[in-house]
Design a protein around this ligand. Structure first.
Ligand SMILES: [Zn+2]
Length: 291
């Protein structure tokens, strides 16, 4: 016999659907309004006059700034204040956060997205800065599934929970020895872009390609090549640390792309071209030729 829904049950279902639709609609409206407020706030932040103190800090403490073409310098000065305004910069381990430290980190983070600033690292909330390498807890699982807990010294890391951890001592090393292919800020902020856009997500830890594409195939092939070079103890234009995981390879290759651009363009022209397309920037066109 066919069951006939009782009117009270029908009414409850209609009320539930109406409540659900109303919650969805108010959530959607809240999202649209907060998005519009953010767009408007950013518009006004970008139009503010650039403080002289920040200009002096760019000249004195950000060696990369000097080599940017004029148009890129202007873009940097428009976008950098948005990062300074929206992100939390926190000193940790006794470090006192200063305007210089904030400007240095924000400037390098902005250089990475000069070609495509949309979003300003939307998943990132806070930048935690330690004076030196810091000790982080690690949990490692062996091949039998046993977990061991310990500690590891690190100079930086990027968490998809919305924070980046950096060591000021390592940043200073990069500032004083620029253009040697190493840059901690580029490295950690590249992880944020990778987490957001999945640039290394299509490649396994062993270098296997999960989803063939021009990007995945080439990144995986260069990653496997770096693993081989590292195992043989041979030098590479990439930091051997990039052989530890495809995500590390993406960040390490980003450092090389921005810091040792001419060499990467000469030795890895196809990979350089893919990175040029991804970042919508051509650092080899503005950095001095090192020979
Ligand atoms: Zn890393």
């Amino acid at each position: 016999m066919k069951a006939v829904p009782r009117p009270a049950l029908k009414l409850r279902k209609i009320t539930e659907i109406a409540g659900c639709a109303s919650r969805f609609l108010s959530g959607f409206i809240f999202h649209i309004i907060s998005h519009m407020i953010r767009v408007l706030k950013r518009y006004f932040i970008r139009r503010r006059p650039f403080p002289e103190e920040w200009q002096n800090l760019l000249n004195s403490s950000v060696p990369y700034y000097r080599f940017l073409p004029n148009q890129r310098k202007q873009e940097l000065k428009r976008h950098m204040p948005v990062i300074l305004e929206e992100k939390i910069f926190e000193g940790c381990g006794g470090l006192v956060m200063t305007e210089e430290k904030r400007v240095v980190i924000a400037a390098y983070a902005t250089i990475l997205i000069l070609g495509e600033p949309a979003g300003y690292y939307p998943d990132l909330k806070a930048i935690l800065l330690y004076p030196d390498d810091y000790v982080a807890p690690v949990h490692q699982e062996d091949e039998h599934g046993f977990m061991t807990e310990g500690h590891e010294s690190r100079s930086g890391e990027s968490w998809d929970l919305g924070s980046i951890v950096l060591s000021w001592k390592d940043i200073q090393r990069d500032i004083h020895e620029p253009f040697n292919g190493r840059n901690l800020i580029f490295h950690e902020f590249a992880h944020q872009l990778d987490d957001r856009y999945g640039m290394s997500a299509g490649i396994g830890e062993d270098g296997r390609v999960y989803k063939p594409s021009e990007w995945n195939n080439l990144l995986a092939s260069e990653y496997r090549d770096l693993i081989r070079q590292a195992e043989l103890g041979r030098p590479s234009i990439f930091d051997p640390y990039g052989a530890s995981h495809p995500a590390e390879f993406f960040s390490v290759a980003t450092e090389t792309f921005f810091e040792d651009s001419h060499r990467m363009k000469r030795e890895k022209p196809k990979l350089y071209e893919l990175f040029r397309q991804f970042y919508k920037l051509d650092p080899a066109s503005w950095l001095p030729w090192k020979g």
